[in-house]
Design a protein around this ligand. Structure first.
Ligand code: SAM
Length: 312
């Protein structure tokens, strides 16, 4: 939806923010809806997730969601958000037909939240979560990244907080997609460490439901039915099952989160290409998908586009 964000998570972007995309390069609402329509009508896309940057800061979001859920077949829709402003917008998003929200929240401690995001807004996130659940945008999922020496001792506390409120928690391994290029494999908290930390307080067993193409490996907590997930793109990659495609705010197709190449659909759109031609370009972009993201390879180079401009 946008590359702009109102938080400054230390593992994502620098305190001063980034050079945002010039507005003329960002797809208009009509262009976004046209591409979603092509994806749903011609390419078999069944699920659309709105992300960013922070999707809630895009003015046309509710309208785009509404036009997406009007499509036939109606795709499943969700947003990935930091929840700032969600308290105000949850009702309108639900009315527009949004199915679910994924909220990013790495801690339930105010001081750690400030240290990680460089903003004192934990109370807004909590209010946003409550509003989303009340509006029926569930199951509400929470995504958390653990950072060594900052919140890596807080996994059990975060899980207990989520279980008490009925939120579904998933931990994401930190990936080398930060704009500051400070990621290092030695410093990242691995899935094994996250699970070991949780097991100091909870009993975990691999969940029975089939994982399919879902990025999260799920574990039943204390015999279930509650679960906790781990998205281990680095240490337990799931490339063979990945069926995602990412469309950036400036109209580029990325066939992998870690891809260095992109396919320019905005140029096609603005150059007058018809829906058939755009669908063909999109298919060709996906057929070029590599068998794996290769981040373990010594020759791997970090993509130039940071996570905040890809969407996660
Ligand atoms: N602003 C929205 C949000 O906070 O959910 C959507 C965009 S944000 C880039 C999407 C997700 O990416 C968030 O859960 C965030 O924690 C995660 N993320 C950002 N940088 C990351 C990194 N280097 N490694 C792993 N996850 C990262």
């Amino acid at each position: 939806m946008t590359d702009r964000c109102n938080l400054r998570c230390s593992y994502c972007m620098p305190a001063e923010g980034l050079d945002w995309l010039p507005s003329e390069q960002v797809l208009t609402d009509d262009e976004v809806v046209r591409l979603i329509t092509i994806a749903v009508h011609r390419l078999g896309v069944r699920e659309v997730r709105f992300t960013g940057g922070e999707p809630l800061v895009r003015r046309g979001l509710v309208d785009i969601v509404g036009r997406t859920t009007d499509l036939t077949p109606r795709p499943d829709t969700s947003i990935t958000t930091n929840a700032l402003g969600l308290e105000r917008m949850a009702g309108a998003l639900a009315t527009a037909g949004l199915d679910r929200v994924n909220v990013s929240m790495d801690t339930v401690r105010q001081d750690s939240f400030h240290e990680i995001t460089r903003r004192d807004r934990l109370h807004d996130v909590v209010a946003g979560l409550e509003a989303a659940a009340a509006a029926g945008l569930g199951p509400v999922k929470i995504n958390a990244v653990l950072l060594r020496g900052v919140n890596d001792d807080q996994a059990p506390e975060l899980l207990r907080w989520c279980l008490d409120r009925g939120y579904h928690l998933r931990f994401i391994e930190q990936m080398l997609l930060d704009a500051q290029h400070v990621w290092s494999r030695d410093k990242m908290v691995t899935a094994d460490e996250i699970l070991a930390s949780l097991e100091t307080q909870f009993q975990l067993e691999p969940a029975e439901e089939p994982r399919g193409s879902a990025p999260a490996e799920l574990f039943a907590v204390n015999g279930g039915p509650a679960t906790v997930g781990v998205i281990a793109s680095v240490t337990r990659p799931f490339c063979g099952d990945c069926d995602r495609v990412r469309l950036t705010a400036d109209g580029q197709i990325r066939n992998c989160l870690f891809a260095r190449e992109e396919s320019d659909l905005r140029a096609a759109l603005r150059g007058g290409a018809g829906d058939d031609e755009i669908a063909d370009r999109w298919r060709a972009a996906m057929w070029g998908k590599r068998p794996g993201h290769g981040i373990d390879d010594v020759s791997f180079l970090q993509p130039t586009r940071p996570m905040s401009a890809i969407g996660g």
